[in-house]
Design a binder for this molecule. Structure first.
Ligand SMILES: Cc1ncc(COP(=O)(O)O)c(C=O)c1O
Length: 380
């Protein structure tokens, strides 16, 4: 139950055992067409989705290196480690970042974005994580944020690495210019691929950029995809097989809406149980992520103790805090192949761990509350 990589469906594991194919062959082009069709469905976009042989960070780097001209002013609201990383990526390509440091537990809102854009009328791009995995926060009113950005005529870059597939994210309907995700999170594929969509407007800016990136050049990716259904460089073929299989499960078998609803139901169960157990969340109520729950350890015990008992006694692996949050939180992820029994097992393990470490004995209540939510919301 860590925020990626997540457990794989056996068919996705099997897909990686296939013999290699020539990435300049018709067999590969067929694979690309299948991948592309389903990538567009999960992004809910008519634009191309480029599959990069890189982790999610490569996707963020692709956005920054293709869009940011030296001296471009870019607004980045920061709700945790991944907002900071987005800001760092933009600075690495010469962007002048206007950082909005949000209070811990909060995420960007349309009001904050509007106010910051009014104060900084020369901003040309706004970039941020929709879901900051390090604090378990989500920018809940994403449509309002994108609308505010459009009113100011700025491009939007959304890091959806830990949320695409776990919450509704209709890229075209919202009008997101660049949207990024990673293979190893809600899409339940192995790590190693970044998926990124570019709107026409974003592609136009990329085409005009004076110094273009080499490996992540989106203009090359577009040309190769549209003209030949290939990638410009050797792709990680095994991972492409695996992602294709994972997307077939999501899109053709489970259905994207139902896949998302599973994440929402799992989150509701986890939050209901957490409330019974009295564990304190980092995220304020309006910003609670459906995919990552970040908790403060109860007084006098450490996150390491909680993680250790959960792993050793109950075989449930959860995460600690990242960077400045190390030692200050434990995180439970609800990502990918989420299932009711896994969620209940995790809640049971957490309840018994807390009972052992703190004497809190609300295991039954927590499980009941979680079951009620699952019964009400689980889409099957
Ligand atoms: C929101 C967010 N952005 C970016 C990344 C970076 O992805 P990767 O570790 O795959 O490079 C992560 C990874 O957890 C993430 O959660």
């Amino acid at each position: 139950m860590i925020p990626g990589p997540t457990d794989l469906h056996p068919r996705v594991i099997d897909a990686m055992r296939r013999q290699m194919i020539d990435h300049r062959s018709e067999e590969f082009r067929e694979l690309m067409r299948s991948l592309e069709e389903r990538c567009k469905k999960v992004f809910e976009t008519r634009n191309d989705v480029y599959v990069l042989t890189a982790s999610g960070t490569g996707g963020v780097e692709c956005a920054a290196s293709n869009l940011v001209e030296l001296g471009d002013k870019v607004l980045v609201p920061i709700a945790g480690v991944f907002g900071e990383r987005m800001a760092d990526a933009i600075e690495a390509y010469g962007g002048e970042v206007v950082r909005i440091e949000l209070p811990i537990g909060e995420a960007p809102t349309p009001q904050i974005i509007k106010k910051s854009l009014e104060e900084n009328p020369d901003v040309s791009i706004v970039g941020f994580p929709y879901n900051d995995t390090s604090t378990g926060t989500i920018a809940r009113d994403l449509p309002g944020i994108i609308r505010a950005c459009k009113e100011h005529g700025v491009l939007t870059v959304v890091d959806a690495v830990s949320i695409l597939g776990g919450a509704k994210l209709p890229v075209d309907e919202l009008g997101i210019d660049v949207c990024i995700t990673g293979s190893q999170k809600c899409l339940a594929a192995p790590p190693g691929l970044a998926l990124i969509s570019f709107s026409e407007k974003a592609l136009e800016k990329a085409e005009k950029k004076k110094k273009r990136p080499h490996y992540f050049d989106v203009v090359k990716y577009r040309k190769f995809l549209e003209e030949r259904q290939e990638t410009p460089f050797t792709p990680a073929v095994s991972l492409f097989f695996a992602l294709d299989e994972a997307l077939k499960i999501i899109v053709d078998e489970v259905g994207l809406d139902r896949w998302i609803e599973r994440h929402q139901a799992g989150a509701a169960a986890l939050y209901a149980a957490a409330s019974e157990l009295g564990v304190e969340l980092f995220a304020k109520e309006d910003f609670r992520s459906p995919t990552v729950l970040a908790f403060k350890p109860p007084k006098n015990i450490t996150d390491a103790q909680i993680r250790q008992v959960m792993l050793e006694k109950f075989r449930v692996r959860i995460a600690g805090g990242l960077a400045q949050f190390r030692g200050k939180m434990f995180r439970i992820a609800n990502i990918g192949n989420v299932a009711g029994d896994r969620i209940l097992k995790t809640i049971d393990a957490l309840a018994q761990t807390l009972q052992q470490l703190t004497g809190n004995s609300r295991r039954e209540e927590a499980l009941e509350a979680a079951k009620r939510e699952l019964d009400k919301r689980w889409p099957g």
